[in-house]
Design a protein around this ligand. Structure first.
Ligand code: NAD
Length: 431
């Protein structure tokens, strides 16, 4: 592999490292290094001016050893097949680390939704789902929202699939509006899951969550809800930044008031009683807990040596570069990796699917309680793996937990030949 690895190659490398650390056979890597099925479709859409534009879409299914496939649909001009492949691999890990019975998949359409009218967006959503429908189904492959798709897009897609089938199949897609089978608590689930993991990490290192200082990069869906929930747990939110600037107050910011201020002004900058703060200052400031909740590759090898937080909770996907990861581990910073820290979203997507299949719906309190149990168990499993092995970080530990579950399922299903469960795998399970 060359120096500039793309996301698919990085994902493959992560699989290889974890398979080797676990001492599993090469055939485990050979199966997991690539998706089991890929579908590329040409999607003709009638535009508002009467012309027809053909969009390229993908649906990639990585591994179904643990259950039906699961993963979001991204509408973005930069979508590539390799990116969708990488995201499908990461979904397998994310589902397995929190112990939900799904395999990983991902979908993408090369388009710029900002240039589409609402009608065009609806037609594209319907045509794309029809094109990939042969490989979808509540028991086969269950999409969800991702970048630039939302609950409305999911509703159109569910409706199109259901029309095509001739009956309502709510369980074919998650992240739907509540009125058509969405789950209470889904909107806050990613952030809520992240706060449970951060709380457990604080307990593990003897940091009192009450009074712990927190800095948050990104004040959108994930970041603002993390702020509110950690504040309720007794943390002091000392700084936040969004794409327009930041707010810092060592006495603590009040998330609800900050949220209202942002709604009014479109920014967190200038929040009464706060000083301005820039991205880099926030990432390297003195605080107990740092939450990246914006973009990828924010904590780089230049930033990492200056990070002072004791715990990093990756609400965002891929905010830490591999080189920065190594530096943070050497410094003793406890990084809660994205596949664990932001798995609350897919966990409540799973709860949505379970409720759709039962036709019986839980209260928000029930959803949140079940989410807490899943997240705390997942944290403990990964933390135990981290403690048992020398020279690994929490990210590698999370991959090792996931791959040991997936490979055990592949063993017992007979995908790895007739040999009994490998001795090493047995030991991982018993340790
Ligand atoms: P969002 O669009 O609601 O919010 C993103 C925030 O990041 C905004 O406040 C934006 O201003 C800020 N931002 C953008 N560029 C920035 C920059 N250069 N510097 C500082 N801040 C910047 O998105 P979201 O749903 O909150 O997602 C945030 C991250 O969490 C993404 O990595 C996403 O993949 C991940 N994530 C979200 C969910 C979810 O359910 N929302 C689930 C899993 C992972």
């Amino acid at each position: 592999m060359g120096k500039q690895l793309n996301s698919y190659q990085i994902a493959q490398q992560q699989v290889e490292e974890a398979v080797n650390k676990l001492g599993l056979s090469k055939s485990v890597f050979d199966i997991l290094k690539q998706p089991v099925r890929e579908l590329t479709v040409a999607v003709p859409v009638e535009m508002d001016d009467g012309t027809v534009k053909v969009f390229t879409g993908h649906r990639v299914q990585h591994n179904y050893a643990l259950g039906p496939l699961k993963g979001g649909i991204r509408f973005h001009p930069d979508v590539t097949l390799d990116e969708v492949r990488a995201l499908s691999i990461w979904m397998t890990f994310k589902c397995a680390v929190v112990g939900i019975p799904y395999g990983g998949a991902k979908g993408g359409v090369v388009c710029n939704p900002k240039e589409l009218s609402r009608r065009e967006l609806q037609r594209l959503s319907r045509e794309y789902i029809r094109a990939i429908s042969p490989i979808l189904g509540a028991e086969k492959d269950v999409p969800a929202p991702d970048v630039y798709t939302n609950a409305q897009v999911m509703a159109w897609m569910m409706d199109e699939y259901s029309r095509f089938k001739g009956y309502n199949e709510f369980g074919v897609i998650t992240g739907k509006p509540i009125i058509v089978g969405g789950s209470l608590g889904r909107n806050e689930a990613t952030a809520r899951g992240c706060t449970f993991v951060v709380r457990e990490a604080a307990n593990a290192i003897g940091l009192d969550i009450k009074g712990a200082t927190v800095a948050i990069q990104g004040y959108g869906n994930a970041g603002s809800i993390v702020a509110t929930l950690l504040h309720r747990m007794g943390c002091k939110i000392v700084a936040v930044v969004d794409s327009t600037g930041g707010a810092y107050n060592p006495q603590g910011l009040i998330p609800e008031k900050l949220e209202a201020y942002k709604k009014e002004t479109g920014t967190v900058k200038g929040y009464p009683g706060s000083k301005g703060i820039e991205n880099e200052e926030l990432l390297t400031m003195t605080c107990d807990i740092l939450i990246p909740a914006a973009l990828e590759n924010q904590i780089t090898e230049e930033i990492a040596p200056r990070v002072k937080a004791k715990i990093i909770g990756e609400a965002a996907n891929g905010p830490t570069t591999p080189k920065a990861d190594r530096i943070l581990t050497e410094k003793g910073v406890l990084v809660m990796p994205d596949i664990l820290a932001n798995a609350g979203g897919v966990t409540v997507s799973y709860f949505e699917w379970v409720q759709n299949n039962m036709g019986y719906y839980w209260s928000e309190e029930e959803v949140n309680t079940k989410l807490e149990i899943k997240m705390v168990n997942a944290f403990n499993e990964v933390y135990n793996m981290f403690k048992r092995h020398k020279n690994i970080d929490m990210r590698t530990a999370a991959y090792m937990v996931s791959i040991s579950h997936v490979s055990e399922a592949m063993h017992v299903r007979g995908w790895l030949g007739d040999a009994p469960l490998e001795e090493k795998q047995r030991r991982i399970k018993m340790a």
